[in-house]
Design a protein around this ligand. Sequence first.
Ligand code: NAD
Ligand code: TYD
Length: 368
Amino acid sequence: MANLLVTGGAGFIGANFVHYWREHHPNDGMVVLDALTYAGNRTSLAGLESLRFVHGDIRATEIVSSLIRDHDIDTIVHFAAESHVDRSIDGPDAFIDTNITGTHSLLKAAKSEWLDRGSGRPHRFHHISTDEVYGSLGPDDPPFSELTPYAPNSPYSASKAGSDHLVRAYHHTFGLQTTTTNCSNNYGPYQFPEKLIPLFLINCLTGKPLPIYGDGMNVRDWLYVKDHCRGIELVLDRGQVGQTYNIGGGEELPNLTVIDVICAAVDERFNADPALAARFPDAPAAKGQASSSLKTFVTDRLGHDRRYAIDERKIQEELGYRPARDFKSGLAATVDWYLAHENWWRAVMDGSYRVWLERNYGSRATVG
Ligand code: NAD
Ligand code: TYD
């Protein structure tokens, strides 16, 4: 039996992980530490009564130390971060504060409780990172492996690279028992509607433009979030301490293809269920039009990485990881989840977020 401290457990991937872990490890203790920024939602953890939720900041080293002590924590799973590239372009400071200083603060607390005070008791510090630390690939470049040199291009990916290096250093220098996973683009339930898939899905439902950056031919590897949770579980269970593992979905797709799949899925749902037209009267699909009519090409993101792709042979060969969902079925499950959880996404899209959306996307639409 383990006692987990999950940071950022009210965010997208963290909340999915907490649900996954509760289902698969019902006897483990779990404490969630989350600052509830715009991206964190307590309601994403509804129904998990046996969970201890602490509203707090990872940068509060003393609070983290006392949580480790008071709850006999032996495993930290670190999701908390500022995670959206566009926000890191608008305002990088929060990314440095949370992703670099915050991760360092957690590492200090873990070292102090597990090594300095705890005389090396068994423990694990697992850090969640991103494939974006490896930079951008050309069309014929081999996918990112764990040996690909770091070349982060955005303030977001640079801050994640900094945090990865700190985790590595705390293992190498102090002997902290760490593992790191670098995953590709996640999608699925509970994702805040600022990332491509939930934003475009909700815009199809509410009749808003789909703002496609540049030529729409940037390529990402898409990973269904529950497959990612399974990958983290394998690394926690059998991953080698001090190692990093890439986790991907095996689905390298240009944005325009992803967008077409979203539009087609929405159109199909409206065709199959006439009640949707009454629920979402502003959707083109409610008026017999194609959702793709909302596609709008806008000014490209600054420094926009062209292609990400994952070589996941290491986690496959060492730990037997295989993603269970292909993109089509994962996307279908995601569309169904958002249709069934309208209250969730309407609640998280509060006033301040709307203002931000208008400011960023309203002004970027250049082609109707
Ligand atoms: P998210 O933005 O949805 O959630 C982040 C969570 O962290 C929120 O609940 C927020 O309240 C919390 N948080 C932020 N600052 C905090 C602080 N100072 N103290 C405590 N909590 C704080 O992010 P996500 O998409 O769930 O990503 C989780 C992790 O996975 C991040 O580390 C991110 O870099 C990484 N990642 C995400 C993706 C993706 O596709 N979403 C891909 C690769 C890697
Ligand atoms: P995003 O979901 O922000 O993830 P990331 O930047 O971490 O890959 O974006 C995924 C891709 O979709 C990326 O190439 C940028 C593009 N994109 C758009 O074209 N329009 C949008 O409104 C958003 C949010 C993203």
